[in-house]
Design a protein around this ligand. Structure first.
Ligand code: TRP
Length: 346
């Protein structure tokens, strides 16, 4: 069975080493395992950037920087099964959102947990965009007939909303499209099966290892971004929060700080978990563990940043635009189906 995989990764902030290890690396693995007619769509959801206030002046640059990061990490643009693009360049996203909106119930979007949480934070001036963005996201997925959409738990409701809209419209327009107007993405359970490879890979904050390494600026000491100077990253590792057990163990419950470092070593060295445990578990010198982690992080950042610096903005932009023209054709086909369904086109 051929399959289509789609991933959207943020655009309006620097990516963290957690994003790299938890999301970009699995994408590279998926790319390597693609079969003949499989497709993988990777995009920067730049239209999503405005749901909360951002630094508008930096959006363009950061989006391109993130695209370059994927390329440097190994996303292969010459692979005919792989598409990399900026959402805003594919006008079908904006167009289909309106149609989908009219088949989504007010109560459905109102129930979205992320909307409730984020709107609380934003206070009184909550934009309609924050409210309706799950519908934009549904369009992102449905336009490309995606089966698998690797996502974090916080996005589960949005996937389910996408499925509900697709099923509703498929039923409604069954007479015109007996095969289904849209491809319904797989259920959450099947998504989890698919994501199995990357399960459990959550890099924690260095300063507060009970929590995930966050992209927000509130935790600069706990977060290593891919644009950090390698020496600064070393300092963050050296001051990482550990514990006072005095003995290294792989134990997320009791020793999340130390375990986080062990996990970083595992992922960055390419050594297996067992090998890393054999080397470190039972040792008592936390300082040595930090130095070992810091060296790996330093080398990793230096390598990646060198590769990114070698990419020329103009050249990347050109290749991107060629890709985006091709992606537009694919998206427009689905948009056309939807326009036909609702009577806008023949
Ligand atoms: N909302 C997603 C996030 O915050 C990003 C995203 C937007 C996305 N559109 C998507 C992810 C479509 C997957 C598919 O992480």
């Amino acid at each position: 069975m051929t399959k289509t995989i789609l991933t959207g990764l943020r655009s309006n902030a620097s990516l963290t080493i957690g994003n790299y290890l938890g999301a970009i690396l699995p994408m590279i693995k998926t790319q390597q395992s693609l079969e003949k007619d499989d497709k993988m769509f990777i995009f920067v959801p730049d239209l999503h950037s405005f749901i909360t206030p951002i630094d508008y002046d930096n959006l363009y640059k950061t989006a391109l920087q993130n695209i370059k990061t994927y390329i440097a990490a190994g996303i292969d643009l010459s692979n005919p099964n792989v598409y990399l693009y900026r959402q805003s360049r594919i006008s079908a996203h904006s167009e289909i959102q309106w149609i989908l909106s009219c088949f989504t119930y007010y109560g459905e979007t109102q129930r979205m947990i992320q909307f409730k949480e984020k709107s609380k934070k934003e206070g009184r001036n909550v934009s309609v965009g924050l409210f309706s963005y799950p519908i934009l996201m549904a369009g992102d997925i449905l336009l490309y007939d995606a089966d698998y959409v690797p996502l974090g738990q916080d996005q589960r409701q949005h996937l389910e909303l996408t499925r509900d809209i697709a099923i509703r419209m498929n039923n409604k327009f069954e007479a015109k499209f007996p095969e289904g107007l849209f491809t319904v993405p797989k259920s959450w359970a099947k998504q989890l099966d698919f994501m199995n490879i990357s399960e459990g890979i959550k890099i924690r904050s260095l300063s507060n290892p009970e929590t995930k390494m966050s992209k927000s600026a509130k935790d600069p000491k706990g977060t290593i971004t891919l644009t950090d100077k390698p020496d600064d990253a070393v300092k963050k590792i050296m001051s990482a929060q550990t514990d006072d057990y005095g003995k290294i163990d792989w134990n997320w419950e009791k020793q999340p700080g130390v375990t986080n470092l062990l996990q970083l070593i595992t992922m960055l060295s390419g050594d297996g978990e067992q090998e890393v445990k054999d080397t470190w578990v039972g040792k008592t010198k936390y300082g040595e563990l930090k130095i070992a982690t810091a060296e790996l992080v330093h080398d990793f950042l230096t390598n990646l940043q060198t590769k990114i610096a070698e990419l020329d903005d103009e050249e990347v932009s050109k290749i991107l635009e060629i890709n985006e023209a091709e992606v537009s054709k694919i998206a427009n086909k689905t948009l056309h189906r939807a326009q036909k369904a609702v009577g806008l086109k023949r």
